[in-house]
Design a protein around this ligand. Structure first.
Ligand code: AMP
Length: 324
């Protein structure tokens, strides 16, 4: 593994123009790793043109500003794609014609699209992998790089709670804090600040979600409901992790209508059954216990709920068998 970090560094060294992309629906890990890598390269090689691209996220704009690129010659450019296992979810990029492509990701493998693919699906986050890259290549950290990587790790691990948070995560974060004396507690306020409307909407979800016999909680969120609560469809993604420790719930799913894109977004989480295989059946994917999909109808959403109910039932039966 150590060699691949050096190999990526050697590739970066070769190119004058580097584009850093990530997945659609920017989250703090995707943005944090993107901004940190851009600054790392710029600090080490001030003459290079390095751009972080993709649709901005209003909520996380405190982390940094994305670039708009005009004309550039793709044929002499290196593209680095972060935190994205599949071609269809890369934001704002057509992969063709780049001289070279590198992928750095912590999701289970989906598509091969790069000449160098650094994939570690046991790593907590892509920000953790960028931190490995920093230390393996003895690069210098600044306060903003440290902030972005810390936010990325904290966010993707749910404050060091989700699986794949490991001893290595703590080792790297410890090293980061030692080297930069980062004032990390001050980062939580901008990261977790939310409007009251979203909290009230969260209350609606708690009151109205259905819970099946085998512990699948689900809620259908229409555009009318989003309007009534004055929240946008991204709010579902901000709330989903809050249901992690509810005794009666094993799998939970938010189904959010997005009329503009003519789809229903599914956010799915689990405390036991593996859900990404089911998500893949519906054209989605993700991690074993945190997955998503884009559905085309409420009928499809109902089928997804039924499939999740089946794996929840299997999981419950196995649990009973094992305890006997
Ligand atoms: P989310 O619920 O949007 O936070 O997504 C949880 C995980 O599922 C993330 O790791 C995403 O990469 C993955 N994911 C979400 N939506 C999709 C999709 N439409 N296709 C593939 N993977 C997805």
């Amino acid at each position: 593994m150590a060699n691949i970090y050096k190999k990526i560094y050697r590739e970066i060294k070769k190119y004058k123009t580097i584009i850093i992309a990530r997945h659609i629906g920017a989250d703090p890990d995707a943005l944090g790793s993107q901004f940190a890598l851009r600054e790392l390269i710029k600090n080490k090689f001030p003459n290079k043109n390095v751009y972080a691209i993709g649709n901005p996220s209003n909520r996380f704009k405190f982390m940094g500003i994305l670039d708009k690129i005009e004309e550039f010659d793709k044929k002499s450019t290196l593209l680095i794609v972060l935190d994205t296992p599949d071609i269809k979810r890369i934001d704002g990029i057509n992969l063709e014609q780049y001289d070279n492509i590198i992928k750095i990701d912590h999701h289970p493998f989906v598509d091969k699209f790069a000449s160098i693919e650094l994939i570690d699906d046991n790593a907590s986050s892509t920000s953790q992998l960028i931190l490995e890259f920093v230390f393996k290549n003895r690069l210098s950290l600044t306060t903003t790089i440290a902030q972005n990587l810390y936010i990325g790790i904290v966010s993707d691990t749910g404050r060091f709670m989700h699986s794949y948070t490991s001893g290595r995560t703590f080792e790297l974060v410890n090293k980061l804090l030692k080297k930069t004396s980062l004032d990390f507690t001050s980062l939580y306020e901008p990261l977790y600040m939310r409007p009251l409307s979203e909290i009230r909407f969260q209350g609606y979800i708690y009151e109205n979600m259905e819970v099946t016999e085998n512990g699948v909680a689900y809620i259908k969120i229409t555009e009318e409901l989003l309007k009534e609560y004055e929240v946008d469809s991204a709010s579902s993604g901000n709330i989903i992790s809050e249901l992690k420790c509810i005794d009666e719930i094993l799998i939970w799913i938010f189904l959010t209508e997005d009329k503009k894109s003519n789809l229903i977004r599914a956010n799915i989480r689990s405390r036991g059954p593996i859900i990404n295989e089911i998500a893949a059946v519906y054209g989605g994917g993700g991690h074993k216990f945190a997955s998503g999909a884009r559905l085309t109808s409420w009928n499809q959403a109902d089928n997804l709920i039924k499939d999740l109910e089946l794996i929840a039932e299997e999981f419950q039966s196995e649990r009973i068998e094992n305890s006997n």
